[in-house]
Ligand binder design. Sequence first.
Ligand SMILES: Nc1ncnc2c1ncn2[C@@H]1O[C@H](COP(=O)(O)OP(=O)(O)OP(=O)(O)O)[C@@H](O)[C@H]1O
Ligand SMILES: [Mg+2]
Length: 271
Amino acid sequence: MPEENLANDDIAAEQPIPGSAKSDKLINGSSQKGDRPVISVSHLKKSFHGRPVLKDINFEVYAGETLGIVGPSGCGKSTILKLLCGLIEPDSGDIVIESKDIGLVFQSSALLNSLTVKENLELALRERKMSRKDSDQVISERLSLVGLSDYIDAYPSALSGGQQKRVSFARAIVTDPKIILYDEPTTGLDPVMSTVIEDYMIDLENRLKAACIVVTHQYSTWMRTADRMLLMHAGLVEWEGKPEDALKSDNPYMKQFSHATKEGPILAGSV
Ligand SMILES: Nc1ncnc2c1ncn2[C@@H]1O[C@H](COP(=O)(O)OP(=O)(O)OP(=O)(O)O)[C@@H](O)[C@H]1O
Ligand SMILES: [Mg+2]
């Protein structure tokens, strides 16, 4: 598939919070990690039409933890997720992934418009040799979770943007994957539904010991779901740390980003 076709995700398969659901997980700054990273990325580089987007990206994600990736619009966050899924190829660098069992919540929901909600989810289950009864049950559970049981036979065009996003979320997790990549999972959702989705992300990480990456601009989402965070800018990681340290960081990039000021090294629209 030509890379240009992926630019818009038009493909099917997308105040610190006291006592946040994560706070009890952190022991000496790390989460309940497995021994080996499930995702390992080193010296990742990617350019589009000669313009470097990722210059040297390095990180690891362990089972049972969530890495948050933030950074200005256009800095390459979605590109990292597409590289991890194999939707596009890196120019150089290494990506080592322990499991092929990957769920991806696309930034744009990327549902197949010719299929109903139920059929979109069935497509994601097709490689699981499940009985019709089990498949119906798992689909109905996931749709109930995102509050869309009544829309099971609807076509995506009949759903609001937020409803499509929730179907995309249900589709990504229908197989209980070992690796879950979330691209703006709560953007466009109302605050209550955002909390429902965040709670479910935390539950999945704990229950499945999944290795998760969440790309998000939404403050509550990274505060509540991420164990560690990377801040990207101009193709590089400029800050790495725990979400609760972001607001008090002196790093000029994180300081500007977390306080949402115009003054600092991040120029609006520069990446
Ligand atoms: N398939 C492609 N062909 C050409 N350029 C691309 C392609 N995919 C991404 N780009 C470019 O790479 C840069 C990074 O895009 P990407 O979608 O990764 O940004 P992002 O950090 O996810 O931004 P946002 O926060 O707005 O979603 C952008 O300048 C974009 O135009
Ligand atoms: Mg993006």
